[in-house]
Design a protein around this ligand. Structure first.
Ligand code: 5GP
Length: 193
């Protein structure tokens, strides 16, 4: 079988790099349906619907597909933080846009595209807990479990993936390629042995 690849060609610093298909559109959508069913069951009996908070920019396709696959009502809001440049995480988090909803005593589900170092979700859980919500859970499409240092594990995980830089389905490289329906992974640089 021919392996699906993506050759970067966008006038940026990674032009010419060949990325391999990691997760297909079909597998992404199947897994999202599964997560949506689980979330709907878990929150069905709550007095008020949960507030789903998307972490911009990367989570917007995942958030949209997840919400539409759910069978319960939910409110939605967005937060924007910046935590990484190019292909690595910097270690400092900056809040760029906060949510507008009143979250006191409400059940929150933070929707992330990927948990990598874990810095972002550690920061976000603390940020929201200061406003005394009823509960805070994290749903992430991708989880680099082997390298992540989280204080609390994400409650809903789409796929555990290896420590490779990934692109597509909302995830960018230098702000490009977010629109791809599949997820591609950059190969690690060769070691000189
Ligand atoms: P963390 O704080 O867990 O290190 O990562 C948070 C953010 O860094 C993610 O929401 C995502 O925007 C970005 N990021 C981390 N790993 C990757 C990756 O492999 N590919 C892309 N495109 N972005 C990533």
């Amino acid at each position: 079988m021919i392996k699906k690849t993506l050759t970067l060609d966008y006038g940026g610093s990674f032009d010419g790099e060949v990325l391999d298909l990691l997760i297909s559109e079909e597998d992404i959508q199947d897994r999202i349906k599964h997560l949506a069913r689980k979330i709907s069951t878990d929150y069905k009996k709550k007095k008020k619907p949960p507030i789903i908070i998307g972490v911009l920019n990367g989570s917007f396709y995942f958030m949209a597909d997840l919400l539409r696959a759910m069978s319960i009502e939910a409110e939605m809001d967005f937060i924007k933080i910046s935590s990484y440049q190019k292909t690595g995480s910097t270690g400092t988090i900056r809040l760029i846009k906060d949510i507008s909803a009143d979250i006191t005593d409400r059940d929150l589900i933070l929707v992330e595209d990927i948990v990598d170092t874990g810095l972002s979700i550690n920061y976000l859980r603390k940020h929201f807990e200061n406003s005394h919500p009823g509960s805070v859970r994290v749903a992430t499409l991708l989880y680099k479990k082997e390298i992540t240092k989280v204080e609390t594990e994400p409650e809903y995980v789409g796929f555990e993936i290896p420590d490779q830089f990934v692109v597509g389905y909302g995830l960018d490289i230098e702000q490009q390629y977010r629109r791809l329906r599949d997820i591609f992974a950059m190969n690690p640089p060769p070691t000189n042995q």
